[in-house]
Design a protein around this ligand. Structure first.
Ligand code: HSE
Length: 296
């Protein structure tokens, strides 16, 4: 039996739509065992998934076996240890995919390289920004589209805290992708390129004072903010409390802000602010995961 631990991830990070993602220290655990019997998939709350063919972890396991031309019978999968909330923009699907591929690769005695696992993961997820950091940890920038996924870890000089503000309402990624335009103006494209490049360079140089300009975005957030109640007020309060920047995590509904590790009042004051809003919001104080998925 293989047991793996896979981190939550936050994609886009403002201007890096479908490109940037960061792994966070919030984990799901998945256990996988190959059996000669029927498939058995245990979910959170000790329920069992009867519809295993549509289970993302199961699909990722069999895709990995098929990639390796290895026959299989059944799998016993335990996905009951869940901390990453679903449909909240924290990479719960990527965790299922990467956890399944990584566990399958362990069962197959590490036949695949990291790049091969990433290729399978992107073929299932469709974009690399969550699966790449879930697999290798840290903040990752990726280029997908051709067969190989080109990826690079961003060297973040400072230690930050990441405030995940998670509401009680969900946003489905496919709905949130449907509202995006197919084409953008040259001004908007230049706006995003300049922010995305500034983000990588400022993080690499430890120029934290420049981060305030680096998270703005015109490619997805303006079209998605209607799904997230009180986004403007939360962003404004976060700025007042001294965060370096804030953005929609993935396609939402979670909002993420980046905070100096010495800004000790941020979480207390933000928690108080969130309690005064109409929806229920949970605030998590997280740090970056640097390793990605691992066997435990
Ligand atoms: N880059 C993706 C999006 C992340 O924003 O749609 C969500 O999976």
């Amino acid at each position: 039996m293989i047991r793996v631990r896979v981190p939550a991830t936050s994609a886009n990070m403002g201007a890096g739509f479908d490109t940037f993602g960061i792994a966070l220290k919030l984990y799901n655990e998945i256990e996988v065992e190959e059996t000669n019997c029927e498939n058995e998939i245990k979910l959170f709350g000790d329920r069992y998934d009867e519809d295993f063919k549509n289970n993302l972890t199961y699909q990722s396991i069999i895709k990995t076996y098929e990639y390796c031309n290895t026959p299989y019978n059944g799998f016993k999968i335990d996905m009951s240890k869940v901390n990453i909330p679903m449909s909240r923009g924290l990479g719960s699907s990527a965790a299922c995919i990467v956890g399944g591929i990584f566990a399958a690769n362990k069962l197959l005695k590490d036949k695949l390289s990291v790049d091969e696992m990433l290729r399978i993961a992107v073929s299932i997820e469709g974009h690399p920004d969550n699966v790449a950091p879930a697999l290798i940890g840290g903040m990752v920038t990726s280029i997908a589209g051709s067969e190989n996924v080109i990826h690079s870890k961003v060297n973040i000089k400072s230690n930050f805290k990441y405030a995940a503000m998670i509401p009680n309402f969900k946003v489905g990624t496919s709905d949130a992708r449907k509202v995006l335009p197919e084409c953008f103006s040259r001004n908007d494209v230049v706006f995003n390129i300049s922010r995305a490049a500034m983000l990588v360079s400022a993080l690499n140089n430890g120029e934290n004072e420049k981060l305030r300009y680096a998270f703005d975005d015109r490619l997805h957030q303006p079209y998605r903010k209607k799904f997230i109640h009180n986004l403007d007020e939360i962003f404004a309060r976060s700025k007042e409390l001294g965060a370096y920047g804030e953005f929609i995590s993935g396609s939402g509904s979670t909002l993420l802000s980046i905070v100096d590790e010495n800004n000790i009042d941020y979480f207390k004051n933000m928690s108080k602010f969130l309690k005064g809003l109409e929806n229920e919001w949970k605030l998590l104080e997280l740090t970056m995961d640097t390793d990605g998925v691992s066997e435990v």
